[in-house]
Design a protein around this ligand. Sequence first.
Ligand code: FAD
Ligand code: DHB
Length: 391
Amino acid sequence: MRTQIGIVGAGPAGLVLSHLLHLQKIESVVLEVRSRKYIEERIRAGVLEQGTVDLLVETGVGARLKREGLVHHGIELRFNRRGHRIDLHELSGGKAITVYAQQEVIKDLVAARLDAGGQIIFEANDVTVHGFDGPKPSIRFRRNGQAEELHCDFIAGCDGFHGVCRTSIPANVITDYDHVYPFGWLGILAQAPPSSNELIYCQHERGFALFSMRTPEVSRLYIQVPNDEDIKSWPDDRIWSELQLRSALDGNWKLAIGPVLQKNIAGLRSYVAEPMQYGKLFLAGDAAHIVPATGAKGLNLAVADVRILAQALVEFYKSGKTRLLERYSETCLRRVWKAQRFSWWMTTMLHKFDTDSAFDQHRRIAELDYLTGSRAAMTSLAENYVGLPWD
Ligand code: FAD
Ligand code: DHB
């Protein structure tokens, strides 16, 4: 088999890349280890930045997102039993975020690629990448037990944090920057209408809590739990009572409760691999970097990377120039590090650390108090939350 771009991974990075390349008449094949059903049901992120929404809409894969996505003009920060609204729309000059589940984005992209005759090979096993330090890159894999090889001009490693592409680059080429937080998030999907029209980020002495949603009937809720917590120690009643305690308010507030549809625990991590390219292999999305979920940046960064990669590949195929390809990592990393900073800042401001001294606790409340009382500080939060400009 032969194609122009061999893409490993059908997450947001791989699928958006394949779609953008197709619009520019560049061929690609996507190799995905999981089944179509699995990736279309996997529950993950839910907040799309303005730029991500615009890109999906402008490139023709945003019709359902426009119809079903929930546009939010603000978020609430809650601490000391009081809520403070941040008007994202007004503070960012008219931008917003859209709540639309990652697996819905995946469904829309898979359908668009397949409708356009695109090739996504699901359940591709034992994927390995070869020859990217020379002129003939290739990807070997097994389909239905048969060994196959895909020859290509370039390989895009869009295979997430645990994929094979990053670790195939010689170790002495990559510098990694890694920070693991001493807590994770227990997330539930509940058959209960959202308790508020907008997302609520709660700072509380018992730990962080987040109130989000998926549809007008389904809530997505998170609480901070210790690292390596066993999910079995969190029966539904305990989760609801903890959510209740951490969101308590002087004033009107009623937590809507309903059957828990899904429950999981995910760790929080900040990670960057530098550079994001080696020879003819380019890493994008979680394959190259991870952000703690508090800033809602993971999916959006994946889309931002492949937008840059698609532009660089278009320049190469149109003019033979490698200028943008050579600068790919440098261009992406400027945005990546800013998202890292923002995600780290939101995480450290809103979570409880076991190592906190009384001084740290007072400083954290003072930071929130300052933030919610200062237009300048709220503007900074708003412009990062809705997404920094592309360039
Ligand atoms: P992925 O979505 O991970 O896609 C990589 C794809 O590659 C997957 O389909 C995988 O099956 C495939 N793959 C892996 N290895 C191979 C291989 N060897 N061969 C072939 N295919 C392979 N972000 C937020 O902003 N908010 C959240 O609430 C949030 N929750 C999350 C919960 C979980 C459990 C996880 C893991 C991530 C979460 N994220 C969240 C982060 C966000 O979902 C990711 O940043 C986003 O999915 C990145 O997209 P990607 O395409 O780079 O990687
Ligand atoms: C969601 C996830 C996040 O990490 C976040 O910061 C906001 C919302 C969500 O899953 O809805």
